[in-house]
Design a protein around this ligand. Sequence first.
Ligand code: FAD
Length: 501
Amino acid sequence: MESALKQIVIVGGGTAGWMAAAAFARFLGPGFSIHVIESDEIGTVGVGEATIPAIQLFNQNLGIDEKEFVRATQGSFKLGIEFADWYAPGNRYIHAFGAVGRPLGLLPFHHYWLRHHQQGGTSSLWDYSPTALAAAQNRFSPPQEKPGALPSGVAYAYHFDAGLYAAFLRRYSEARGVVRTEGKIVGTELNSQSGFIDAVTLSSGVNISGDLFIDCSGFRGLLIEEALHSGYEDWTEYLPCNRALAVPCASANPLTPYTRSTAREAGWQWRIPLQHRIGNGHVYCSDFIDDARATDILMENLDGAPLAEPRQLRFVTGKRRQIWKKNCIALGLASGFLEPLESTSIHLIQSGIAKLLNFFPSGRPDQADIDAFNTQMDFEFHAIRDFIILHYKANNREGAFWTHCREMDVPDSLAAKMELFQANGRIVRHNEELFTELGWLQVMWGQGLRPRGYHPLADQLTPAQLQEFLSVAHKHADFVASQMAPHQDYITAQCAAPPLE
Ligand code: FAD
């Protein structure tokens, strides 16, 4: 059956706009006109450099060659996020992607390790994670999975220049028929009966009409909020940081295959190594620290010479009440904002696109589809929100900001997760929430939560069997890490970007 919906208008050409355009061009097939409108005068937010492994799927589905993509975006590889000073000054842990040991029978690995730990064993949880061990040695090369052999347990993502990624996807999209218009939208025409968006008006006076509008206009939410008044759920009570300062600096050796997040007096600082520079930023709460002090902290903690003046961004953590309203779907910053502590914003764009394709309307959107989409997006945002709050809540740092975070009430959903873990080390992943048991495990342990017990079935192994089981898991992780090349060598050999002009 031919679709009555023909014209898709994407408002905004940042990461969100071009990811949407590329995916629609690839998956909707002929018969649709896809139009991206972006304003050079307004520009893009210009940050967003760290990702999670799911982005591999996005690129693979578009048929993008990994090495070409890494070269084009000055990219590097990411095995996880190191959290420095988060639990307490001097403490470090990593949220590593991929496996941490292997389940045995019904039981997740960590119950065996908890037994070992509670009986005085001294190995670290991360001794069993191939990616944590590789990250500590600054190694990276893609795992070579061999038939019949144990899976490597390695998962990875990328750091990249988001502006270059958008440019890369723009070339991809335009080659597949997407039309781009440069211009500033100054008005939105709503249908007087349905309230649906009929068209947007550019400052040149040109009207661009469409059947479906994708709002990728950034924080302001030009269509979803300014035209359709979706409303905003404000989560400042749980995530009080409201400002960020971003500054690139010169590269420093070695090229680390992980993002670093370092806790600061009223927030935290990111460090994201790319091929041509390091991206840095300071996320902070203006109720506890002023801009001048926040700038000093950032600039005093760079690994290389700054390459620009620090740029400030202001945000309110939360999400639109209805991410899809009438014939408008918001993606990216227009849909909501969660601070980049676990590099989830680009993933939320990807996830929004996948869900939209799943619920893609054949004509005028049905409210049942809209509601189902919104329910799924709400769930995804809430689950990520809880995971981010955990990093703040479970801290043992001094200072007014950290005391406030430690003492604040958290959502019941998170409180229940923390209690469950602290009882017997159990972690329940609800539905398809983004972070797996292994992600929760590493952050809960890393932030100092200590279970009182463990699953009783872990006692079924004799002490010698337990020793052997853990030793095999450690050797496997060690072996996988040792097979990887130094990260820099792999990039130099396989996907070094040409020097920038
Ligand atoms: P933008 O980049 O702001 O693009 C908006 C587009 O809309 C632009 O093209 C603009 O020109 C256009 N536009 C706006 N108004 C008009 C108008 N009137 N007329 C025409 N065009 C218009 N995400 C991650 O996944 N990992 C990270 O490490 C990460 N770090 C971040 C750090 C910070 C401090 C912040 C604030 C965000 C971070 N993000 C991160 C989020 C990430 O930057 C965004 O999700 C991503 O860049 C998508 O942005 P966007 O396309 O929604 O908006």
